[in-house]
Design a binder for this molecule. Structure first.
Ligand code: SAH
Length: 473
């Protein structure tokens, strides 16, 4: 950017122009929109300039410019359309300290005049640094067509209403209100005069406030395992429109960064500073915000419907009559199985798969161990690290093969991902030495594809190995 756009205060300041022909007229038409004091020097002024002078819109000196004529001028235009004369007058103005523009001479000009869309006080300046005046004109024409003609008066009236409109929450609600005023109700009301516009603003605001109270909504959104590319488009959209985002401990930073910049971000899973928020408090929090009309996004890791305590939050929303919806996400089992190149189900191996939790509210969770212990069974075990020894004991007790492959995927889909290949027999020891601190999903009955192929040749010889993400497959 060789030319930095600014809006220069010219109110009551001198603007001097030398010239009386077409170029002078073009510039003067623009300059007359300003509140600057204009002086024109020309021995042969065009009729229009003479008329403007007679009407008191500018001062006309019917002579060539001389040293001292640009004293205290803020701007000077050399518009004689004669290189030698322009150079002479520009030199005088420069010596007097004015900012100089030589018409059609970018090189010798200290500033350029942009194409202007005038909806005073809304002024849009378009510049191309002299590269493409045609383009600037095309953009100007496009904007002229798009902006309501009455934008100027509407902006002036709107300015006095800004405090009142702050009753709407900052962000989308307020933006929607103003957009409707400037592009819809305002232009319709302006013909009825200023009072009509003001009454229209009052009614519009009342409507928006009411609508918001009615329109609060909770989106229960599955945020997936951590990789933001694994979010659904719908999840991205609601994040982009959120007023409030309440998120869990397992939600990754890159996912949080997709939330609308103005959204209020609430960490419901704080660790380190104290225990995470109680479930009842989370329920109250999301309901409270939605009741004020906010678009609340409740972000849960993986899929919100899998071990997500979702129903408790839905019940709380229902109790207050608040609308809600669920946006599905990729559950950890799906993400993790993709990382080891396997299928959750496979013809001839397992025709069903179980999603288990290692522990529930009462402690280690009990399951149908006898069925799981049969050959070929596959289970995705969530929250299974602490309960590994318990699960191992139960399965072996029910006759499971000690060499059944077990794979633990920590931080699936994230840069810190690790894959631990082991067997049911070696699981607790392997977990202890891997020292995993991130969320981990345990597959009972599945080995990474490459290891599973090798296993067919070397039976019963699973060593526990741990692989970072790049070597996983
Ligand atoms: N609703 C979530 C599960 C919540 S329970 C889902 O659908 O995935 C939390 C458990 O999910 C963790 O203990 C862990 O077992 C698993 N988990 C969540 N994110 C994970 C990740 N990125 N990698 C591996 N396991 C993950």
């Amino acid at each position: 950017m060789d030319h930095f756009p600014i809006f220069l205060r010219v109110e009551g300041r001198r603007i001097v122009l030398s010239g009386g022909g077409e170029a002078a007229l073009a510039k003067l038409r623009l300059l007359l929109k300003s509140t600057g004091h204009i002086t024109v020097f020309s021995a042969t002024p065009a009729d229009e300039i003479v008329t403007w002078a007679r009407e008191g819109k500018l001062r006309l000196e019917r002579r060539a410019m001389a040293p001292g004529d640009t004293l205290c001028a803020a701007l000077f235009y050399a518009a004689d359309e004669d290189d030698a004369e322009d150079a002479r007058t520009a030199a005088i103005a420069r010596a007097d300290g004015a900012l100089v523009n030589v018409v059609d001479n970018l090189e010798d000009s200290a500033f350029i005049t942009p194409a202007i869309v005038d909806r005073d006080p809304v002024t849009i300046a378009i510049g191309t640094e002299g590269a493409a005046p045609v383009l600037a004109r095309a953009i100007k024409a496009d904007l002229e067509a798009r902006l309501p003609a009455a934008l100027g008066p509407l902006a002036r009236i709107g300015k006095t209403f800004r405090k009142a409109a702050n009753a709407l929450p900052f962000g989308r609600a307020r933006r929607d209100f103003w957009r409707e005023y400037y592009f819809d109700t305002g232009p319709a009301d302006i013909a009825g005069g200023e009072d009509r516009v003001r009454a229209g603003l009052d009614a519009l605001l009342a409507g928006h406030l009411q609508r918001r109270a009615r329109d609060g909504h909770i989106h229960f959104v599955g945020a997936g395992p951590g990789d933001p590319d694994l979010l659904t488009m719908k999840a991205r959209r609601v994040l982009d429109e959120a007023d409030v985002v309440v998120y869990d401990r397992l939600i990754s930073k890159p996912v949080l960064e997709l939330a609308r910049r103005e959204a209020v971000m609430i960490d419901a899973g704080k660790e380190g500073f104290g225990p995470s928020m109680k479930q009842e408090d989370i329920n109250a929090l999301i309901v409270e915000h939605a009741a004020t009309g906010a678009q609340v996004v409740r972000l849960k890791s993986g899929d919100a419907t899998v071990f997500g305590r979702l129903d408790e939050e839905i019940d709380a929303a229902d109790a207050e009559g608040i609308a809600w919806s669920i946006v599905p996400g990729i559950t950890s089992a799906s993400a993790a199985v993709a990382e080891i190149g396997q299928s959750l189900t496979k013809r001839g191996r397992n025709s069903s798969v179980r999603f288990l939790t290692g522990h529930d509210m009462k402690g280690f969770a009990d399951h149908d161990w006898a069925t799981l212990a049969r050959p070929g069974e596959v289970a995705a075990i969530y929250m299974g690290k602490k309960s590994a020894r318990f699960i191992q004991g139960r399965l072996i007790m029910h006759g499971a093969d000690r060499h059944t492959p077990v794979t633990v995927i920590e931080n699936a889909s994230r840069p810190e991902q690790r894959i631990l290949e082991t067997t049911l027999d070696a699981l607790p020891a392997a977990l202890a030495s891997a020292d995993m601190s991130g969320p981990a999903l345990t597959f009972y009955g599945l080995a990474p594809r490459a290891a599973a192929a090798a296993q067919r040749h070397v039976t019963n010889s699973y060593a526990s190995t741990i692989t970072p993400i790049q070597e996983a497959l």
